[in-house]
Design a protein around this ligand. Structure first.
Ligand code: NAD
Ligand code: IPM
Ligand code: MN
Length: 370
């Protein structure tokens, strides 16, 4: 049986609640002889700040570098609103992404047939929806310098965030998008704001050049990012793969979440460059949602985004696509049987909590695996 080394970072709020369900899955896959998982578990975000004064410690970073994959829950919450910017909970997540070189964030938005009624859009607009948002994750305005607030001395302050992209950063994320499109419906929509941003001009130019040189067989279209947001809620099934910068990807993926029913449904994979010798990539798997302070501690969180993120680890890091398919099927079946956490329930529909949803997935896995 193959064996993998994991680092689990449950984090804050609902992070530990949804991670608990993934831990039960790790045990199930091991019991069934599919894979063995050797894991460490550490603090990240606000809980790390409370214990160690930083959002992630150097020793936890060392474990992240050494792991075959990191599983990340969520960080943040009102408790840490006043902490210094450098050590705020979100800084732990950003350090993981940057230091591990996780430039490619894959955010699939799939509308399970049973959830077409849970979307805020009409059924016929979302039924069968399967979009892949490819978000650049280690550049752009998240990390560009200067990034400052300066006191101008006249009662005014000036805040600067810098949107910075180099050619190689756009080339490598474009290749990820085109490669994925070739295995899907062969279409890439590249989105930026070249009408107001220099980085948008370069983004458009580089994606166009990579397409012409390396992927002429893939259909490429360009949409301005504001129009892309509009098209996502107007006619979402026009999209196959959407490639965009860090900030637009953050926003477009939360919009896409509502097409699938809830933010609690959207998984993601954050991937680094493949090592040319081994083919292995650094990787972290993280739901798109946050720590959900409004429902934290109540056992109400939907664990399916976290479970789906583990499914992406099976597929992208462990080469266990049969196991990933099995987990996706279990999820589809559980939803088809009508099980709903509060976020995906139709008005008046009965709801279950986080653990009961996890129980149902495990029971379905048992049924499918025989
Ligand atoms: P959020 O994603 O935490 O919550 C937005 C809404 O979606 C809330 O109403 C919440 O209850 C609901 N929701 C989210 N996940 C859910 C789930 N699994 N099941 C059911 N409902 C769910 O976003 P927010 O409220 O804007 O941010 C709260 C905190 O989380 C902030 O500190 C933010 O910085 C942080 N955050 C962290 C991450 C991360 O760790 N990856 C991602 C986004 C936001
Ligand atoms: C996400 C989150 C993060 C981001 C925050 C918590 C730093 O919103 O993963 O979508 O903006 O990337
Ligand atoms: Mn976000």
């Amino acid at each position: 049986m193959p064996s993998f080394k994991l680092l689990l970072l449950p984090g804050d709020g609902i992070g530990p609640e949804v991670m608990a369900e993934v831990k039960r899955l790790l045990a199930w896959f091991e019991k069934r002889g599919i894979a063995a998982f050797d894991y460490d578990e550490r603090l990240v975000g606000g809980s790390s700040y409370d214990a160690d004064g930083v959002a992630i410690t150097d020793s936890t970073m060392d474990l992240a570098h050494a792991a075959d994959a990191v599983l990340f829950g969520a960080v943040g919450g009102p408790k840490w609103d006043g902490v210094p910017y450098e050590v705020r909970p979100e800084a732990g997540l950003l350090r993981l992404r940057k230091d591990l070189g996780l430039f490619a964030n894959l955010r699939p938005a799939i509308c399970y047939p049973a959830l077409a009624e849970s979307s805020s859009l009409k059924r016929d607009l979302v039924e069968g929806l399967d979009i892949m948002i490819v978000r650049e994750l280690t550049g752009g305005v998240y990390f560009g310098e200067p990034k400052t607030i300066t006191d101008l001395g006249n009662g005014q302050k000036r805040a600067i965030d810098s949107q910075v992209y180099d050619t190689y950063e756009i080339e490598r994320i474009a290749r990820v998008a085109f490669d994925l499109a070739r295995k899907r419906r062969n279409k890439v929509t590249s989105t930026e704001k070249r009408n107001v941003m220099k980085s948008g001009v370069l983004w458009n130019e580089v994606v166009t050049a990579v397409h012409k040189r390396e992927y002429p067989d893939v259909e490429l279209e360009h949409q301005l990012a504001d129009a892309c947001g509009m098209q996502l809620v107007r006619r979402p099934k026009q999209f196959d793969v959407i490639v965009c910068d860090n900030l637009f990807g953050d926003m477009l993926s939360d919009i896409a979440a509502m097409l699938t029913g809830s933010l609690g449904m959207l998984p993601s994979a954050s991937l680094g460059e493949a090592n040319p010798a081994t083919g292995k990539r650094k990787a972290m798997y993280e739901p798109v949602h946050g720590s959900a302070p409004d429902i934290a501690g109540k056992g109400l969180a939907n664990p399916l985004a976290m479970i789906g993120s583990f499914g992406m680890a099976l597929r992208y890091s462990f080469n266990l696509s049969d196991a990933a398919d099995l987990l996706d099927q279990a999820t589809a079946n559980v939803l088809a049987k009508g099980l709903r956490t509060g976020d995906i329930a139709a008005p008046g529909q009965a709801t279950v909590g986080t653990t009961a949803m996890g129980d149902a997935i495990l029971a379905e896995l048992d049924a499918l695996a025989g």
